[in-house]
Design a protein around this ligand. Sequence first.
Ligand code: OGA
Ligand code: NI
Length: 379
Amino acid sequence: MATPTASTKLLLSDLASTVQNVPSNYIRPINDRPNLTQVEVSDASSIPLIDLDGLYGPRHSEIIQQIGLACQHDGFFQVRNHGVPEKTINIMLNIARRFFKLPESERLKSYSDEPSKTTRLSTSFNVKTEKVANWRDFLRLHCYPLERYVHEWPTNPPSFREDVAEYCTSIRGLVLRLLEAISESLGLQRDYIDKSLGKHAQHMALNYYPPCPQPELTYGLPGHTDPNLITILLQDDVPGLQVLRNDKWVAVNPIPNTFIINIGDQMQVLSNDRYKSVLHRAVVNCNKERISIPTFYCPSPDALIGPAKELIDHNHPAAYTDFTCAEYHEKFWKRRVYIYMHLIINVDNKSVGDRIDSNPFVIPENLTARHIILKKNSD
Ligand code: OGA
Ligand code: NI
């Protein structure tokens, strides 16, 4: 059968169910496919599951220690008894499902391919610059401070703003608790990270991965690290997330009422490489649609990010120069590099400032996602 070619549909949701083969613009080169048969399935020992019950009581130091070990060795962990009500989680998953089921004309009211827009529905990753598309639609929202952004959000389904606002506020509470715990686990003052983020920023994505006729040929999202500080992922009951561990992809199977937490690049920087921002990806499947809802927590654009002074000493020199998030984003967009899912290139012993000013930054054609940006001393 002939391979279907690029569609006239803007959104994948309106194309996926009409094709029997993956259209050619979604097909990855042979050496860049998910290789699904090689993937390991997670068990309790592969991605730590941390029970936060007792964080402010008798289990405080035990939990801090577990979080510290997970950030250091895994870059990923799961949490339960996290304080976000089950009802809030279910309402969030439901509203996301209902949003993606709206008629095409209704959804398209939120459509934009302009990455700088603070609220937008789009597809793949960055349709303006990418060569191969990803099997995903997504709604991006900024959500802190709420009152600045909520009026931009969709009004359909009618309870959208209220439901999502409640979720965002509850998740922010969890993030703040985790940031305190992570500060403590690094031996820093409990409010160290909170204070270093300026006014704070919070974004989220509602990811929708339709069933895919040939999941072995494409990705929902190819391997990447998250460029923000910390990510809180809510997923429905359909597997799809995979994490790189000891050079092998491990599938993280969903556990109800559990969030997956991962360290982002900025936390790696702040911890002076003690904590790891780890590669992960989303794969798709033939049978079931999948929804995942990451919350990305970040410093405000003017905040200066760099290794905590307390973590720099003779044996641990600063691995990064200080930078503002605004600087980071601007420089990287100028070089046409992904931000959200940026490509991180080894930076031959130069700070990002040196590199950007003196060196054209060329992305190798076949690169999907690599480490590491802003690094002073390459490994
Ligand atoms: C992301 C991400 C994973 C998933 O959006 O950055 O890694 O399972 N998502 O959707
Ligand atoms: Ni991610």
